[in-house]
Write a protein that binds this ligand. Structure first.
Ligand code: FMN
Length: 323
């Protein structure tokens, strides 16, 4: 399938694996790219720019297809060495960067000077328009369904995607809540040129996480995610577990007075325990409502082939029959 996104990134299928903390390692990105999608290494999972350089090199040993790096610009309090990470990306020869969080505006000149394509992940039309204005090449429009940070507007993709299509001139992919071929076809119908998936890619053979994480996603239904940190304006959609219930109890008790330190134990530094050790109740971890549509743990190749084969059959068959 050819779309503006496949042409822009030089990939076979319009399917991107979004950056994911402690999931987007070299193995994950290489598996997705080898399957014809766009695999993305999560920059900040690597403790230093030097580690990111090594991770990029490791990934390039596993694939000669295009790969990307995610740079998440965190809310005010944390300030990683972004110029250093960008240097590692440039020197590693990576030509695609997925930005997320705060606006990448101050880093755009540097990224563009090195011919890097930038796709910015946004949860609103206004942020998407800003991304277009500052020179991003594409946008990943992330609806309220998404795993991770859905923003504070709570607009689901059935509205957000056609709104983005009304306003944007640059191409965009649909992100959030997507895991199968029907949803790819729907996303194309709503104006997107492809899809970005997070949660779905965790439940794959190659995802470099503990088997417990994959099985937790398969076991979960669409009713099993919760929103936390709303009063901090840093809302995150996570899979429910005892730690999340504890967070919600503290949130209820503190109301508008909640501070990050009140829940630090359940949200700070818990990813290695969950993703690597499989201690599923160690804290809160991002997971999308799409868990309800995830029933197996295929290889990335099987997953992407299945999505593309079924989508093309649906467009030529069921949908064509309506015309
Ligand atoms: C476990 C997990 C970790 C994530 N970490 C990041 C991250 O570090 N940076 C980022 O930009 N997005 C992150 N995301 C969001 C994904 O890139 C993607 O936008 C989101 O998962 C899409 O929604 P879906 O899970 O419904 O497919 C994360 C998502 C998950 C599930």
């Amino acid at each position: 399938m050819k779309t503006q996104i496949t042409e822009m990134f030089g990939i076979e299928h319009p399917i991107i694996q979004g950056g994911m903390h402690f999931v987007g390692l070299a193995e994950m990105a290489a598996a997705v790219s080898n399957a014809g999608g766009l695999g993305i290494i999560t920059g900040l999972t690597q403790p230093t720019p030097d580690d990111l350089a090594k991770e990029i090199a490791r990934c390039k040993e596993m694939t000669d297809k295009p790969i990307g790096v995610n740079l998440t610009f965190l809310p005010g309090f944390a300030s990683p060495d972004y110029p250093g990470y960008i240097k590692a990306i440039v020197e590693g020869g990576v030509k695609i960067v997925e930005t997320a969080g705060r606006s990448p505006e101050s880093y755009m000149p540097e990224l563009k000077a090195h011919g890097i394509k930038v796709i910015h992940k946004c949860t609103s039309v206004r942020h998407s328009l800003k991304a277009e204005k500052i020179g991003c090449d594409a946008v990943s429009v992330d609806g309220f369904e998404c795993g991770g940070h859905p923003g504070e507007d709570d607009i689901p993709n059935m509205i957000l995607l056609p709104r983005a299509a009304e306003e944007l001139s640059i191409p965009f992919v649909a992100s959030g809540g997507i895991g199968n071929s029907q949803q790819l076809v729907a996303a194309l119908a709503l104006g997107a040129d492809g899809i970005n998936m997070g949660t779905r890619f965790i439940a794959t053979v190659e995802a470099p996480v503990h088997q417990n994480v994959k099985e937790a996603i398969v076991a979960a239904s669409e009713l099993d995610t919760r929103l936390i940190m709303r009063s901090l304006r840093n809302t995150e959609r996570v899979l429910n577990n005892p730690a999340v219930e504890q967070i919600m109890a503290v949130e209820k008790e503190k109301g508008a007075d909640l501070e990050i330190s009140d829940i630090a134990e359940q949200v700070g530094g818990v990813y290695p325990k969950i993703m690597q050790e499989g201690t599923m109740d160690a804290g809160a971890w991002s997971c999308g409502m799409v868990a309800g549509l995830i029933h197996d743990i295929p290889t990335c190749q099987e997953l992407i082939d299945r999505i593309m084969t079924e989508a093309e059959a649906s467009i030529k068959g069921r949908l064509a029959a309506f015309a």
